[in-house]
Ligand binder design. Structure first.
Ligand SMILES: Cc1cc2nc3c(=O)[nH]c(=O)nc-3n(C[C@H](O)[C@H](O)[C@H](O)COP(=O)(O)OP(=O)(O)OC[C@H]3O[C@@H](n4cnc5c(N)ncnc54)[C@H](O)[C@@H]3O)c2cc1C
Length: 214
């Protein structure tokens, strides 16, 4: 941790993220929540953040979480680029060296739905106010995690809203997300169930952020 950022080496195990006091204080416990359902502690002591991010797996809780922060990836050949750009790139033979989370005023939440404990997620949702700017990420759609663009500006003035306005904005953005996030079926859930989860988890995430004292 530096004044400006958390610099996370690629070999950092997921359990170290889960138990890192400062990183969890910074993310309101969202980092812990994003990894704690992954198999078990012994597994999370082996699985690395580098492998999790470089894999860009569709089911990834880790990718969903880090996309909701001001995250950059440092590549051995490719330089330092935003995670969102990296996530959309084709896999190559580069090496992921560090994951850099730039410190901005942050309010973040992580939620996931699983058919049973420790299974792969059916849907993942991370929401954050990054320096007052709203960002919502949906993953395990079952496609790769994506940032939901708020093209109607529903959450634009979220920080200035009163309690009821925040609740209303959470509900209308949730409905908007359910309409705009592409979902599909796989062995874990149907397309329709996933779209319903997009709506429910998005609303809950924004209600939780809205309910916190600034
Ligand atoms: C049974 C099981 C259940 C799981 N459940 C979940 C879950 O619920 N949610 C979730 O988010 N994840 C889940 N995972 C994924 C897991 O958390 C890890 O992300 C994954 O197993 C990668 O593990 P690893 O760190 O050992 O990487 P590896 O398997 O070693 O690497 C993954 C890929 O990335 C490449 N790679 C690794 N490190 C780098 C690097 N630094 N630079 C460039 N390329 C690199 C490797 O060559 C490989 O292609 C699960 C995995 C398993 C096996």
């Amino acid at each position: 941790e530096t004044e400006e950022a958390f610099v996370i080496g690629c070999m950092t195990p997921l359990h170290a993220l889960e138990t890192h006091k400062e990183l969890n204080a910074y993310t309101n416990g969202a980092i812990r929540e994003s990894v704690r359902h992954i198999v078990g502690v012994q597994f999370r002591n082996c699985a690395t953040v580098g492998g999790s991010i470089f894999g860009r797996f569709g089911f990834s809780d880790v990718l969903t979480m880090f996309l909701a922060l001001d995250t950059w990836v440092e590549l051995y050949n490719g330089g330092t680029i935003p995670l969102a750009q990296f996530a959309s790139m084709e896999k190559d033979n580069d090496i992921l060296v560090n994951i850099i989370v730039k410190k901005q005023p942050l309010n973040s939440v992580y939620l996931s739905q699983r058919n049973n404990s420790t299974d792969f997620p059916v849907l993942t949702c991370a929401a954050a106010l990054i320096d007052g700017k709203a960002r919502t990420v949906i993953g395990a759609r079952p496609g790769k995690a994506m940032i939901v663009e708020d093209e109607e500006g529903i959450l634009k003035d979220f920080v200035q809203m009163n309690v009821q306005q925040k609740k209303d904005a959470a509900a209308s953005f949730a409905a908007y997300a359910a309409e705009h996030v592409p979902t599909d079926k796989n062995m874990r859930a149907s397309k329709e169930y996933r779209s319903l989860l997009v709506k429910v988890l998005t609303r809950r995430a924004w209600e939780e952020i809205g309910g916190r004292a600034e």
